[in-house]
Design a protein around this ligand. Sequence first.
Ligand SMILES: NC(=O)c1ccc[n+]([C@@H]2O[C@H](COP(=O)([O-])OP(=O)(O)OC[C@H]3O[C@@H](n4cnc5c(N)ncnc54)[C@H](O)[C@@H]3O)[C@@H](O)[C@H]2O)c1
Length: 364
Amino acid sequence: LPELVFHSQLGPSRVWLGRGGLETLCRAALDLPAPRLLLSETRVARALQRQQEELLERVEPQRLILPAGEGAKNSANLLTVLAEMAALGMERGSPLIAWGGGMIGDLGGLAASLWKRGAPLVLVPTTLLAQVDACVGGKTAINFAGLRNAVGSFWPARRVVADLDALASLPREEWLSGFGELLKAAWLSDEAWARELEAGGEELLRADHPALERHVERALRFKIAVAEADEREAGPRALLNLGHTFAHALEAVRGEGLRHGQAVLYGMLAAARAARMAGVAAPAEADEMEGRLRGLLRRLGLLPAPELAALPRAALLKAMAQDKKARDGRLRLVLPERPGRARVEEVDATLAACVWEEWGRLLR
Ligand SMILES: NC(=O)c1ccc[n+]([C@@H]2O[C@H](COP(=O)([O-])OP(=O)(O)OC[C@H]3O[C@@H](n4cnc5c(N)ncnc54)[C@H](O)[C@@H]3O)[C@@H](O)[C@H]2O)c1
């Protein structure tokens, strides 16, 4: 596979994608001066114990293991990482190696961006979601004061080593979560690719699937192209939020247990309905989109979803009004015209209320 490069305004971010990435990772780490810090979390350290031990042996970084899960993406752990970097006496040029899913990537990325105003970041994404999406584009963040991703920076990784073999231990719900973001990328860019993913469905959700590499590569290329065109999210990058405003509301009200990319799949269904209501999608196109998404959700075992259908409408609406992109009773939504094409539309919040009114029927 060719190496992919995200040409950030802050310098090139080189992405290696393949199988058996340890050699590449060791070389990338050794290219940067000691002392080095390996940041990971408990579940990843257990699942990839052998690989991490080999890195420890060959590269001799200090290792810091945080608790697993979104709850660990907080300010206390950010300070823990920075304190470790200080204790190690890390130079400006020595790397932080963030080895884990999007949680570790976001937190480690923020710490790296802050340390001496910017230390090199090596990202080793270990979830499908992190490999198809979070590992490029340069966004870092922690959750703060009850707000998700409230404190963050733009700090692209110097080097990304995405090893598909690392996905072998992923639980099914994490596969589904990554698949949601993968399908979103296809729905934003290429109808034929979207159909291929929908037909693949459940089949695709395993580390040794021969087509996986191609799909991850396409998603990375797509994300890189969008991020390069609009690194600071002033315009077109907002398209990446297809399904996300609805998804965030579902996640906020449903709480733990609904993984992000799964919420995105449901959110895309809601967005298709909203597109019909807003006149962005013609009725025939909207019928087709809803039919395809519902069929896919059913094949993945995500429909019917009585628990999600029963979430209180008022709470969902309130969560949407608190979205970063909401202003004065208006919402900026990404609405699909058809698979492969979407646009950003400012709509009245009452439109979202109408979608949630029909939500129960959509999820049957
Ligand atoms: N920076 C960005 O552009 C960007 C984009 C999308 C999402 N995100 C962020 O990423 C996070 C979500 O990412 P995520 O889903 O990877 O979360 P995560 O890092 O919490 O990983 C999800 C779960 O999978 C486990 N896990 C990770 N790798 C594993 C492996 N190889 N084997 C077994 N278990 C493994 C983790 O312990 C965790 O329980 C959120 O915080 C989100 O805000 C960032």
